[in-house]
Ligand binder design. Sequence first.
Ligand code: TYC
Length: 101
Amino acid sequence: MSDTAIKPRAKVETKAERPRLHKVILHNDDYTPREFVVTVLKTEFGMTEDQAHKVMITAHRLGSCVVGVFAKDIAETKATRATDAGRTAGFPLLFTTEPEE
Ligand code: TYC
């Protein structure tokens, strides 16, 4: 065989990694009315009154609460929409996202 013979290349691992999920986190503040937070959680995250109240009161008491876990783009869209709903109404309500471990 000549020196220029083409050798087979090492096989490349092509294991598809599952995209990481992202948490949406609700942050407490001193100004947004509790009932408004509950309404946003129901409207933007499809929660029942009971679920929304539990999440709101957890954020109120502990400082923050995970609202849900979604694909990255969905988490970001929901967090932005929910934060914008607060801003439009004049409140500093804040939702952020972070990757799940
Ligand atoms: N702390 C607010 C109040 O006492 C209510 C509130 C709860 C605001 C949760 C934000 O993520 C929040 N009016």
